[in-house]
Design a protein around this ligand. Sequence first.
Ligand code: CA
Length: 225
Amino acid sequence: MKLLLVEDDEMVGESLQKGLKAEGYSVDWAMKAEDASFALETNSYDIMLLDLGLPDYSGLVLLRVVRQKHNQIPTIILTAKDSIQDRVEGLDAGSDDYLVKPFSLDELLARLRALLRRKRGSAEPLLEYNGLILNPKTFEATLHHQTFKLSTKEFAILMALVETPGAPLSKAQLEEKLYGWDDSNQSNTIEVFIHSLRKKLGQGWIKNIRGLGYFIPKDTPKGLH
Ligand code: CA
């Protein structure tokens, strides 16, 4: 899951980035509305976390422009402003949710999971495909009644593949989901994660087509491997 964090407060930004990364999210952090706008034009994100008071222009203006461009990126506004008027304006500008600072990381994480569920069009907290069940809260995968604990990166890869069964994702697309702007020099690790996932799930679950990428086939193996 790739997040765009828009926050000009260094301390808040750093602690959020650290906490979110520990939970397996990859985070690009923009400190100005203009930088966020550019990031949204050039990358694809699963969710935007948006502070309202930014040094160049307001997060509300940014969000209105984003929605005018028909970008439906799920958005949670994070702000110290707690008047009802501000909440209403934020939601009316196209925000999906609203958290008033200071908030706990646990609450933010729960709201992120809820928003991702809504994005998938499901109220079900578990993600299921052909008998493979993924739990975004515990980073566990269950297959044929066997439960595997996955690393956050393994989980992110598997989740991305499960969301687009049959459609290959290139190494670059997977890296994009896994790494933020400041996570350089980690790009040769996709193969390592795939290898480890195949060991856990069995060989038939993740296929690759040379030059195109990795995918979960529509006819996944039945029964134990
Ligand atoms: Ca601010």
